[in-house]
Design a protein around this ligand. Structure first.
Ligand code: ZN
Length: 341
C-alpha cells in the first residue's frame, strides 16, 4: 500500500489477450494483490465476443470463460474488477487510424465522415439513430460477463463533438452531459455505479492545462449537469505546478480517483498537491498504464524488457518504476528527470 492517506489502491490496464488470461490471473494474485491493489479498471474497448453484435468485435476478443476466470481470480483477492469501454471518443484501434469495433460494424455512428482520417481519433455521434440501443446491448454483455458493480464508460479526449448535421449548433457541454447522463441512468437502473475520465469536464483556461488534460472545445460545462454519483478518474501526467481539478471535482460533488502515469516525479507532484488540497472526496490512487499488459507483467515480474522501438515498450520501465514508488513504499521514490512529449 501507499504512504498516502487514501484507503484504496487501483490500477488501470488493458485487457490481456485470450492466450494471456491464465498468466494474468496469476499476476493478479501474486503481484497486484500482494501490493495492496483493490481495484482494477480493465480497458476492454470492443475486445469481447459479443453475441448480440458480432459486427462490433475487436481484434483481440475475450471469451465469456476468459472473463469468468479473471473475475474469479480478482474476487479471490478482494479486488473489484471494473470493465471499461470507450463510449464516445477514442473510436480507433490503438496506434492506428482504423475504426475500432463499433464504428467498423456501424460507420453510420461516426461524428465525422468515416472516410476522412481523423487527426487523432474518431468519435461517436451521441445523437446517431440506433447508437444508444447498440451501446446498451454491448454494455449488457460486458456487465453480465464481469458481474459488474461498477462500469467505466471512458469519454476521455473527445475532440470531435457538435460537428455533424444532427449536432451542429448544440452546446458541446449539453451534448456531453446528455449522453453521459443517458448512460449513467441505464447503468443505475441495473444497480451499477459509473466511472468516467475527468478531462472533458475541466475548463482548460480555468485549470491552466492543455487540450489533453482539459477541454478547449466547450465540453466542460457538462460538469454540474451530470449526476454527482459518477466517479471521476482524474488523470494528470505532467509536472504542473497546480492540479486544481482536485478542488473542481470536490466542489462539483464528485468522488475521484487520482490517476498518474509513468513519470514518478510528476506523480508525486500530483499526489502531494491532492493530499494538501483533499476535501474528503478522494477514493485513492489509480495508476494508468498505457502499455500492453504483457509488458506490464514482464516489468513487474522482473523480466527484462527488450526495446522493440514502440513507444509503449520504451515507456513500460518508467510505468513500472512509478508503480513501485507509489505502491511499494519501502522502495525509494524513483527520480526520473525527464518529461517526454
Ligand atoms: Zn453528431
Amino acid at each position: 500500500m501507499t504512504n498516502y492517506p487514501w484507503k484504496s489502491a487501483g490500477i488501470c490496464l488493458f485487457s490481456p489477450h485470450h492466450d494471456e488470461v491464465d498468466r494474468f490471473c496469476g499476476f493478479v494474485k501474486n503481484t497486484l494483490a500482494a501490493d495492496g491493489i483493490d481495484t482494477i479498471v480493465m480497458i476492454i474497448r470492443y475486445n469481447f465476443n459479443f453475441a448480440s453484435h458480432p459486427e462490433c468485435i475487436g481484434d483481440y476478443p475475450l471469451t465469456k470463460e476468459d472473463v469468468r476466470k479473471m473475475v474469479a481470480a480478482c474476487r479471490e483477492c478482494g479486488i473489484n474488477l471494473i470493465p471499461d469501454m470507450n463510449l464516445l471518443g477514442h473510436q480507433t484501434v490503438q496506434d492506428s487510424h482504423a475504426p475500432d469495433g463499433l464504428l467498423r460494424g456501424h460507420p453510420e455512428f461516426c461524428e465525422t465522415p468515416i472516410e476522412e482520417e481523423p487527426e487523432y481519433s474518431y468519435s461517436l455521434c451521441p445523437n446517431a439513430p440506433g447508437l444508444y440501443e447498440v451501446v446498451c446491448d454491448l454494455i449488457d454483455e460486458i456487465a453480465d460477463a464481469f458481474e459488474a458493480t461498477d462500469f467505466h464508460i471512458g469519454v476521455d479526449e473527445v475532440f470531435y463533438i457538435g460537428l455533424c448535421d444532427r449536432c451542429k449548433g448544440q452546446d458541446p457541454g449539453d451534448l456531453l452531459a446528455a449522453w453521459v447522463t443517458k448512460l449513467h441512468d441505464y447503468l443505475a437502473a441495473k444497480g451499477i455505479r459509473m466511472l468516467m475520465w475527468g478531462d472533458r469536464l475541466l475548463d482548460s483556461r480555468a485549470c491552466g492545462h492543455g487540450p489533453w488534460d482539459a477541454s478547449m472545445n466547450g465540453t466542460h460545462t457538462a460538469l454540474g449537469k451530470i449526476p454527482t454519483d459518477i466517479v471521476i478518474t482524474d488523470w494528470h501526467y505532467h509536472n504542473w505546478p497546480r492540479f486544481p481539478s482536485v478542488e473542481v471535482f470536490a466542489e462539483a460533488g464528485h468522488r475521484i480517483w487520482l490517476c498518474p502515469f509513468n513519470v514518478a516525479e510528476n506523480a508525486k507532484l500530483f499526489l502531494d498537491y491532492a493530499k494538501e488540497h483533499d476535501r474528503g472526496n478522494i477514493i485513492g490512487i489509480m495508476e494508468t498504464t498505457w502499455t500492453p499488459v504483457s509488458y506490464l507483467m514482464d516489468g513487474l515480474e522482473g523480466k527484462e524488457l527488450v526495446d522493440d522501438g514502440k513507444w509503449y515498450k520504451g515507456s513500460t520501465p518508467h510505468i513500472v518504476r512509478c508503480y513501485k514508488s507509489i505502491f511499494r513504499p519501502d522502495e525509494p521514490w524513483d527520480e526520473v528527470p525527464q518529461e517526454e512529449e
